[in-house]
Design a protein around this ligand. Structure first.
Ligand SMILES: Cc1cc2nc3c(=O)[nH]c(=O)nc-3n(C[C@H](O)[C@H](O)[C@H](O)COP(=O)(O)OP(=O)(O)OC[C@H]3O[C@@H](n4cnc5c(N)ncnc54)[C@H](O)[C@@H]3O)c2cc1C
Length: 457
């Protein structure tokens, strides 16, 4: 056997490698990563920019991990071609590596949007990698104001990171809300209130018309409403797109991402895909985003792929589309079809938006079955609702206490308690008798947390 090759040194790749080693301690594993760093916690980058997360806390693995596990790590190398008939991958320096079993775990890339003036690249930033974060940290030193434009949560993360670094942030939304893939207008309002409280200015239905550059540095932008906004940093981010460009000769079927079944198998026998690059065949409906960007999903899919690469028959059985994040202290979880784009759905959502309580929760039903949910500001019941959706439970069969706790503000909150792991964003349940100061270990990423008052609210 010539061994396993994993393209991508992110969470999906690393979890696959760990899983392979659990059953196969002998055969060679080669990991190829374009970035020059060992595995790190990408969702911690906003914290790293503003200084709340030290560089030391970013690393998910030390370099010694690879050697200790017999993994050959090729960093700073890009795979430029995969040839399935020869079972080989070609690297950017033309090295050829053979494989018996191959995992594509290349995640996605974001691109800065193009505007007049933007090709000079003076102060235009994006946030996907450590190098992006380092670049932003550097630029912040000489900046007072920033303008960001972009619709999904990576732009939200960037806006928050800049705001937490004492930069004045104006957030331009081309449409009428934040993160339209998962949020309706009322949900967006709840989050917008929080962002404004933190000092972020938000403009709807506005885009950048031109970036004003002098002496190779950004001086400001002109909006589509012809308003000049002085700024030294511009973050103009397009949606993340799966990295599949090197698969042209591979025989692997792709659509928006690499098409896989629930075993993370592609159409080619010995080629698998996992994480942000993978597109489950049942994600192809029109009511949810086709590509689901999620740390924990990449983690679980990496494990499934790794198990199957060693001859097992593991299955990824989670709901195909969940997004969870935290922005400006607001927990946010969207599950399944949270913002249907077509008709035929019924929305259940109590008395919202509530004038006093800054949370928003809703369930989405199709033929009385719960197919989606959205939690903004409070995710206590998200874990329980994930089970409801996974089990295809009818609305009329849901535990009444759960619905009361979600939708009735006067109901004493005690039975369903949860919060989001700050590292891997897993929805963690807290037992009803938990007290402030109790220790909780996240079963996914292993981080140790202490119960705070906020978690018990
Ligand atoms: C700022 C930020 C905040 C985030 N916050 C959250 C959050 O709150 N909640 C959440 O669930 N998710 C969050 N995410 C998303 C999460 O990080 C991703 O879902 C997760 O990292 C996906 O893991 P992956 O292994 O599939 O891909 P990645 O982590 O993208 O890793 C893929 C790796 O493959 C490498 N690669 C790509 N092409 C090639 C090639 N041709 N050859 C060799 N190597 C290649 C890339 O350089 C990269 O290192 C955030 C992401 C960012 C950037």
């Amino acid at each position: 056997m010539v061994g396993y090759v994993i393209i991508g040194n992110g969470v999906a790749g690393i979890k696959a490698a760990e899983q392979i080693r659990k059953t196969d301690s002998d055969n060679k594993i080669t990991m190829v990563g374009e970035e020059n760093y060992p595995f790190y916690y990408r969702p911690q980058l906003p914290g790293y920019i503003c200084g709340s997360v030290d560089e030391g806390k970013l690393w998910g693995k030390k370099k010694s991990f690879y050697a200790d596990n017999g993994i050959t790590l090729l960093l700073g190398q890009r795979v430029i071609n995969v040839n399935d008939s020869k079972n080989e991958v070609v690297l950017s320096d033309r090295t050829v590596i053979n494989y018996d079993s191959l995992l594509i775990a290349t995640g996605g890339s974001i691109k800065s949007r193009k505007y007049p003036g933007s090709d000079l690249n003076g102060g235009i930033v994006q946030l996907k990698t450590i190098d992006d974060a380092k670049n932003i940290k550097e630029r912040i030193k000489n900046a007072k104001n920033a303008v960001v434009v972009g619709e999904d949560f990576l732009t939200l993360s960037l806006a928050e990171a800049l705001n937490n670094s004492d930069i004045g942030v104006t957030y331009l939304l081309r449409g009428d809300r934040l993160w339209p893939d998962v949020m309706d207008k009322d949900a967006s309002k709840v989050l917008e209130i929080k962002l404004r409280e933190k000092g972020i200015k938000i403009e709807h239905e506005t885009d950048i018309k031109e970036i004003v550059i002098k002496k190779k540095a950004v001086q400001g932008i002109i909006t589509t409403n012809d308003v000049f906004l002085e700024c030294q940093i511009v973050g103009a981010i397009d949606k993340l797109k799966p990295n599949i460009g090197f698969l042209g000769d591979s025989g692997v079927n792709v659509s928006d991402g690499v098409l896989v079944n629930n075993n993370m198998r592609t159409n080619v026998d010995n080629i698998y895909a996992a994480g942000d690059v993978a597109q489950l065949s049942n994600d192809r409906g029109n009511d949810i985003p086709k590509i689901n960007i999620r740390w924990l999903k990449a983690w679980k899919q990496g494990q499934v792929a790794g198990a199957n690469m060693t001859g097992n028959d593991a299955e990824y059985d989670d709901i195909s589309c969940i997004s969870s994040t935290q922005v400006c202290g607001v927990d946010l979880i969207s599950i399944g079809i949270s913002n249907p784009l077509n008709g035929g759905y019924k929305i259940m959502r109590g008395d919202y938006p509530h004038p006093e309580i800054d949370v928003y929760k809703k369930l989405v039903l199709k033929n009385d079955t719960v197919v989606g949910a959205l939690f903004v500001g409070n995710v206590l019941e998200a874990g329980a609702i994930i089970k409801v959706i996974r089990n295809k439970t009818k609305y009329s069969e849901i535990d009444e206490t759960l619905l009361k706790q979600m939708f009735d503000f006067n109901y004493p909150k005690s039975l369903f308690r949860g919060f989001m792991c700050p590292v891997c964003k897993l929805e963690l349940n807290i037992s009803p008798d938990a007290k402030v100061g109790d220790k909780i270990v996240c079963p996914a990423c292993g981080i140790e947390l202490k119960v705070t008052e906020r978690m018990l609210k």
